[in-house]
Design a protein around this ligand. Structure first.
Ligand code: ADP
Ligand code: YYY
Length: 237
């Protein structure tokens, strides 16, 4: 399947980044982290002391930063105006502000255009919140990862030194609401997406399930009729 696009959506801590990178590695595909692009835009807005309480102020500056994303699943890179921001975009100031910046239509229009440019050639796993619905609606494989709020908070708190599961769960719940209720491109499941609940699965099991889904899709494009991805993925997990 040349030009394969795998769209991976879901809320924070559902496993999008780890699963997407694993799938891209296994299949020799590129990888794009669109959340990192929204974080990079937010980092730049904070650096420029843009008033984030004013959507018009954010919109007015959204065209300025030059955001360049790498697509290597083994070492995803992200630069803003030639500054490597891979680390600072994960800091709590950016995490706390990113949903507000990502809700501004001018920000989304700019970043979606960039994402489509990168994904255009295909052979890529693209992860985010609106990939199957907006960025790559024609993706051959669309996955919507979920996990219980507790599991997601536990995974995140294991990553962040000194954080408690309760604090993570509260912060994630706040971000989930902002990401799901924004007017433009809210977090929602795309038509044709396969929902995969990862609460009780480990990373390897989730990656294997997505690889089976790709396989099923390839099979259904061949000579013989085969069941759709949803049936096959549930059969075997
Ligand atoms: N199925 C899983 N089981 C256990 N831990 C997982 C699973 N999927 C992801 N993780 C871990 O949870 C954390 C968050 O995963 P990540 O891929 O960053 O999620 P997202 O991109 O959806 O926010 C990472 O430390 C990752 O290793
Ligand atoms: N395609 C996307 C990707 C991310 N976002 C927003 C929503 C998220 O709160 C932030 C950060 O995304 P990221 O995937 O890095 O978030 P996590 O920390 O993995 O939850 O960006 C978006 O609006 N659209």
């Amino acid at each position: 399947m040349t030009g394969l696009v795998v769209a991976m959506d879901g809320p924070s801590g559902s496993g999008k980044s780890s699963v997407s990178r694993g799938v891209a590695r296994a299949l020799g595909l590129r990888y794009l982290d669109t959340g990192a692009m929204y974080r990079a835009m937010t980092w730049w807005m904070l650096q420029q002391a843009v008033d984030l309480a004013d959507p018009a102020a954010i919109a007015a500056r959204a065209g300025e930063p030059r955001i360049v994303s790498g697509t290597d699943p083994d070492g995803p890179e992200i630069h803003v105006d030639d500054v490597d921001v891979a680390e600072p975009i994960r800091q709590s100031d950016v995490t706390g502000a990113v949903s507000v910046v990502a809700a501004v239509p001018e920000v989304r229009a700019r970043l979606v255009a960039l994402q489509r440019e990168i994904a255009g050639a295909g052979d890529i796993v693209v992860e985010g919140r609106d990939i199957g619905t907006v960025v790559c609606p024609d993706a051959a494989v669309k996955v919507y990862l979920t996990a219980s709020a507790e599991a997601r908070a536990q995974r995140r708190s294991a990553e962040v030194a000194g954080s408690t599961v309760e604090a993570q769960q509260a912060a994630m719940a706040k971000r989930d609401i902002l990401d799901s209720t924004r007017k433009t491109d809210p977090l929602s499941m795309a038509d044709g997406a396969v929902e995969l609940d990862t609460t009780a699965l480990n990373l390897e099991e989730v990656i294997a399930a997505v690889l089976r889904l790709v396989e099923a899709r390839r099979g259904s494009e061949g000579e013989h009729e085969s069941p759709d991805g949803r049936d096959r993925i549930h059969e075997r997990t």
